[in-house]
Design a protein around this ligand. Sequence first.
Ligand code: HAM
Length: 429
Amino acid sequence: MTEFKTLRGMRDLLPDDAGMMIYVQETARKVAKLYGYKEIITPLVESYELLTAKAGDEVRSRMFAFKDLGGRDVALRPEFTASVARLVATSMRNEPKPFRIFCMGSAYRYDEPQRGRYREFWQSDFELVGTFRPEADAEILMLTDSLCQKVGLKRFGLKVGHVGILRGILGQEKVIEKDQNAIMQLMDKKQYDDAVKLVESAGVSKKCVRTIRELVVCRGKDIADVLKRIRELVKDYENSVAAVENLRTILELVNKSGYKIDLTVDAGFARGLEYYTGMVFEIFVPDLDIALGGGGRYDKLVELFGGEPTPAVGVAHGMDRMTLAMETQKIDLKAKEERTIIVVPIKEELKTEALKIARLLRDADMLVEVEVMGRKMTKALEDADRRKTDYAIIVGERELKEGSVVLRDLSKRDQRIVPIGKLVDEIKR
Ligand code: HAM
């Protein structure tokens, strides 16, 4: 018989890993609530045409695409933004603006598997639809900061750029959109020399080539200083200047609102997806050279799908990579978890009493297991210890006659007799 394994790039998450993943997902859901994002659920399989419309070559070439039994070209979603834009263009088109949408689920890309890069991964996706104002871009950065803080990351930073800076130059130099996209894709892969070569071959001015060469190395953490340098470089390109000013406004809003985000501005920063029209950003942590999340403004996508012109900005956080960063930063989930309890009857006849006590505790929202292997007390406690259970409740005849049980603190290894009616208070204490 063949020994079946998961497919390359696909993983089973066993309880510890699944626990981390669920913790991060629940935190994302909490952040969505705090910022007013309403959760929606979209299909995992969508039309190939929809998903590839503005995905960019990189994502497009790595799709899980196939023909369904009806002969339609379909694919597993590589992200959520296309699905949300489809909704905004169709069933949500009359929704009063702005609206805030949250979705969470698995996404699929045929990436080369490595640490933090899988073929099935999870995203939490936030989209703020219907406004072009910088407050919206700032909000997306802020909620990203909140999520990283709430999962407990101690060190993280955001790299921020604006696609309008480069596109402003290329547009004014009459580089066609297809070439612009190819240039941005190379920038995204940090192949700056190749990108500059492509710019040169597009028949642009010498000044343009010089400007782009200097731009791609223009980055830093002193926001005012970097923006000043970028502005000086692009001063002859009207749309690029507007992009720099837009980025300045967004980042000032973030800073002045009391969010202490570690920001790096990078003029040559581009993203693989093609739908971006404004501010773009990614989350980074020390010790991992992959982004924990990324997003930006996309003001033309809804229109492309047949909707009204609708500005929007959003972000997707990579849940798998968030858990990886938590592990590298040694964030202990156990400390955040609730106490666990096992109820052990001393003998067969006390089984129902044990079940009753378990129910009583669960009614008070406590996490309770009941011994189901018919083990003797010592064996049952050994097993509870192995599984790092916090408390054991030992149900014995003698204590039960007095309406009590033995409550044993398994980490401190001490125990006392507690009346059943006081168990909940005693454990909570
Ligand atoms: P993205 O940068 O392609 O953006 O993906 C967002 C995040 O998903 C990445 O930063 C990463 O954490 C995670 N991710 C992507 N590919 C993989 C993979 N193969 N394995 C593990 N994690 C991965 C988007 O998807 C956009 N839809 C974000 C957005 C929303 N822009 C506007 N709204």
